[in-house]
Structure formats: C-alpha cells, structure tokens
Design a protein around this ligand. Structure first.
Ligand SMILES: NC(=O)c1ccc[n+]([C@@H]2O[C@H](COP(=O)([O-])OP(=O)(O)OC[C@H]3O[C@@H](n4cnc5c(N)ncnc54)[C@H](OP(=O)(O)O)[C@@H]3O)[C@@H](O)[C@H]2O)c1
Length: 263
C-alpha cells in the first residue's frame, strides 16, 4: 500500500535530501510543513508544491536552539490547529571534516545541538501525539557513518551513532503503538553536505549515491506495512555497515583512517 502522509513536517527541506523528500511527499498528496533557515528557498519550494487543496507551510528558523521541539510544535499549532502531524522527518544536519582539534569549538557545539539535541527534542515532542493517536511515521536521518568511528569526521559520525542508537531503541519502544519509527542511513550522497562540512575531497568513505536513490529506497520502505529499525539505501553501503558492526574495532579504525585520508 503506497505510503500517503497526511501532514508531514520535514526539517532541512531547503536543499538536498530534505527538499527531495518534501517533493515526493507532495506528489503523494501530503500537506507539508517545511523547516530550515533559508526562507527564500523554502518559500520557492512551497510555491512550487502548493496545489489546490494542498497546504504547504514554511517555518524558517534555526532549530539548533534549546527547546526546538516545543517551539516547533507551538508554531505548527498556530498554522494547523490541533491537527496531528502524522509524519516527521528529522533530516536537518551537517558535518565537520578534519581532526577534532582543527574544528572551531562553537561550530562543534552547533553541530551537536542540531544533529543530537534538536533531533531528540523534536522526536520527543512530535512522537507523543502520534503514540496517543496510535498512528504516524517518524524518520530520523542518521548515516552509514553511525555504524563506526571515523577519524576526520569524529564528532559527526558520533552524532549519527547517537541518532542510529536512539532510533533503533525507539523502534522497539513503540513497536506495538501503531507508530512506525526508522533511521535512514545514507552513505555518501551527492548533496551540498560536503561543501557545508568543509571537505576538500568531496564524498569520502563509501559508495556514492544520488538523492533519488536514497529517497526512492526510503519511500519503498515506507510503502511497507512495517518498517525496519534502520535502513541503508544501497547494497554496497549495506555490506559496509554490517562489516563495521562485525569487524574488530581496531581494524575498522585503521580502514576508516585510510579512507578518510587521516593517516
Ligand atoms: N549527503 C550525504 O553524504 C549524507 C550522508 C549521510 C547522512 N546525511 C545526512 O542527511 C541529512 C541531510 O543532509 P543533505 O545531504 O541533504 O545536506 P544539505 O543539502 O546540506 O542539507 C542540510 C539541510 O539542513 C538544514 N539545516 C542546517 N542547519 C540548520 C539549522 N541550524 N536549522 C535548521 N535547518 C538547518 C539546511 O538548511 P538551511 O541551511 O537553509 O538551514 C539544509 O536544508 C543530514 O542530517 C546529513 O547529516 C547526508
């Protein structure tokens, strides 16, 4: 049965994976709440996706702030009243390339505040009414990086390990609630991510995929009645993530350091 969100909130909808997810949800008839900082990009997307009978709302804001979840819920409530947000995609996130000691402490905190704290706050806030209603879908965007440590992307992949573990545990906690929870774990994907992360090398550390491949795999998974705790969109990266969980940690570190050009 095709997945048809009724009202979906997508963070990081101004580019890359979030933008494409919003487009695909709109094609399936969803009303949308688009969240990111760049209002011009969100408004252009909203204008493009708006159609008779479809509401596309824009919430232009920095969500890397304390209390992100309750603040978003209040703003969404002003837009749609007490209607249930039945689909949430926690997609906003960024990485920081290079050794930890080369990174600006403030940027590091911003990254953790977005990738970890805001995601947790939004999850906590929006999951509660879904569980009360006995329906809904939550997608947290992690990464294949979340399966292993990666010198040169240390704090980023640690933040994605947090997202992965949080979401897997939530999958179990909510599995009889009627709500579906899954972690999307893309490998390196052709988006603005690498520019934002300051990579001199472009995509590193796995099989490079397109946003269409990643979002296509997500939709096929969501079309199922149940969802797995996590989803790695393509086979080579799936093999790599299984290997990362099975191989000795020292060996994984050695391979990751070579791939990340950190030795
Ligand atoms: N591309 C990859 O290789 C890859 C691989 C694995 C996982 N991922 C994950 O996929 C997700 C999407 O990334 P992407 O590849 O699509 O990169 P992207 O094109 O750079 O998109 C990142 C999105 O996050 C938003 N964002 C950043 N900081 C924000 C903030 N403080 N508040 C609100 N929104 C913010 C950005 O919008 P504004 O700048 O307008 O705020 C943008 O829409 C991220 O969680 C990333 O970690 C990406």
């Amino acid at each position: 049965m095709p997945f048809r969100p009724s009202l979906a909130l997508v963070t990081g909808a101004s580019s890359g994976l979030g933008e494409l997810i919003a487009r695909r949800f709109a094609q399936r008839g969803a009303d949308l709440v688009l969240v990111a900082r760049r209002e011009d990009r969100l408004r252009a997307l909203a204008d493009e996706l708006a159609a008779p009978g479809r509401q596309v709302h824009v919430l232009a804001r920095d969500i890397a702030v304390p209390g992100a979840g309750p603040a978003l819920a209040a703003a969404v409530g002003e837009l749609v009243g007490d209607r249930l947000v039945d689909t949430v995609v926690n997609n906003a996130g960024f990485g920081l390339y290079g050794p930890l000691l080369a990174q600006h402490p403030g940027r590091l905190e911003q990254m953790l505040s977005l990738n970890v704290t805001a995601l947790t706050s939004i999850t906590r806030t929006f999951l509660e009414p879904m569980v009360a209603a006995g329906r809904g879908t939550l997608v947290n965007v992690a990464s294949t990086g979340g399966f292993q440590p990666a010198p040169g992307l240390a704090a980023y992949v640690a933040s994605k390990a947090y997202v992965l573990h949080l979401t897997e545990a939530l999958w179990q906690e909510t599995r009889r609630s009627g709500v579906r929870v899954t972690a999307l774990c893309p490998g390196p994907t052709e988006t603005a991510f690498f520019d934002a992360a300051g990579s001199e090398h472009g995509p590193l550390g796995g099989n490079v995929t397109t946003p269409e491949q990643v979002v296509g795999a997500l939709l096929r998974t969501l079309d199922g009645r149940t969802v797995p705790p996590y989803l790695v969109p393509d086979l080579p990266n799936r093999v790599q993530s299984v290997a990362a969980r099975l191989l000795p940690r020292r060996l994984t570190l050695e391979v990751a350091a070579r791939v990340m050009k950190q030795r």
